[in-house]
Design a binder for this molecule. Sequence first.
Ligand SMILES: Cc1cc2nc3c(=O)[nH]c(=O)nc-3n(C[C@H](O)[C@H](O)[C@H](O)COP(=O)(O)OP(=O)(O)OC[C@H]3O[C@@H](n4cnc5c(N)ncnc54)[C@H](O)[C@@H]3O)c2cc1C
Length: 441
Amino acid sequence: MKNIVIIGNGIAGITAARHIRKKSNDRITVISGETDHFFSRTALMYIYMGHMKYEHTKPYEDWFWTKNKIDLVKGWVQAIDFDKKILHLDTDDINYDQLIIATGSKSNKFGWPGQNLEGVQGLYSYQDLESMESNTQNIDHAVVVGGGLIGIEMVEMLHSRHIPVTFLVREASFWDIVLPPEESEMINRHIREYGIDLRLSTELDQILDDGHGKVKGVKTKSGDVIDCQFVGLTVGVSPNIDFLRDTKLQVDRGILVNEFLETNIPDVYAIGDCTQVREPLQHRKPIEAVWYAGRMMGETVAQSILGNKTAYKPGVWFNSAKFFDIEYQVYGQVNPNPKSNEKSFYWEDLFGKKGVRIVFDSNSMQVLGMDALGIRFRHEVWDEWISSGEKIEKVITNLKKSLFDPEFFKEVDVEIQEKFNREHHSSVPVRKKSILEKIFS
Ligand SMILES: Cc1cc2nc3c(=O)[nH]c(=O)nc-3n(C[C@H](O)[C@H](O)[C@H](O)COP(=O)(O)OP(=O)(O)OC[C@H]3O[C@@H](n4cnc5c(N)ncnc54)[C@H](O)[C@@H]3O)c2cc1C
């Protein structure tokens, strides 16, 4: 019987463990220093906001692990002896025959003066959530630095507790390194409508000490001083691999893996956020720190461990997030500025709360990607359209098929079809609205 050990009980490590267990009786051990059980990291914000308890974020009941003979060990792996196949934990040593490293990410810090003061923190782990809970008791003002997905979640969390927030964003518009201008502008407006003091094109210079080791404010590069008792540093994440640097394991920004998620050391694999794919497929990045990629890597590596060597083929890019109450989905390629071969069609509703962009190739007219704000679309439909290179006119014609909740978003597809025809001198058949839709539109 083999001894398979997984470091990390996040989505990547746990998916691997579950899929191996489905077809193998080998011994499986999952180690994590963070929590006893797997929980949904993406739901951390809802615990702070009082919508969920920690117990609700655990996708499996605690008995699931014993029943499925997956041994859980709580502890931090300090070092790995790859020659002897031994993990050194803070309290114990554990041997392995095959090792899967799935240690996730850590929050970035860029050496700002004052970044280690009390009341200054990132948001990644369950421990971060606990310190945010205590750091934000009885405070008058908070500053969040970094305009990405975790930054806006932290702003929403603080806002839910009626804590006034200043949101410092280095870029000229929210997340404009990913979102095209119209989408980014919609989110700027939305953030401000919530009463958030959004400061664009603003960089942090230093975090100020109250003389007792606690934060009392921040200074921006333009010299403004903002008083606050809490600073959220949400300036991105990087692979959590510091304890693996200067070992035999080849690392760069992340643990380097080939298409089979194998590292340079036999019997050692890496998956999830901590991984850097040596030769990513076209339109994919070497490091993709998202839930969905971690799950797919977990499924893939399980196949190889089970003897069915399988390459990681992530398919069409997908991500989803939420900007306060505006949901966001992206499929395939949607660049902030279209490339030379790309055309982009954008529709936004009258109230500026819903938007849909479809990107297509200007020569072949094949759809390359789409993003949506405030409207949910069906994953499998867009995945199929983009991977099969469906033509834009056909996609626009059949848009209703891809709406997740067509009853709720009745007229959207018709408006999109009409706008597309106007802008592209096209004659895509426009769906006829039902009488009810006409009454309510
Ligand atoms: C607040 C927040 C919101 C997010 N929202 C979204 C979202 O909406 N959509 C999306 O796609 N992604 C989102 N993400 C990102 C997503 O959560 C991650 O991509 C995903 O959780 C990574 O999974 P993983 O299994 O690779 O690593 P992790 O979930 O980080 O799990 C790794 C585990 O390994 C443990 N570990 C690390 N080192 C050691 C060690 N030396 N010894 C023992 N244990 C160790 C860690 O403590 C951790 O428990 C969000 C992340 C955060 C923080």
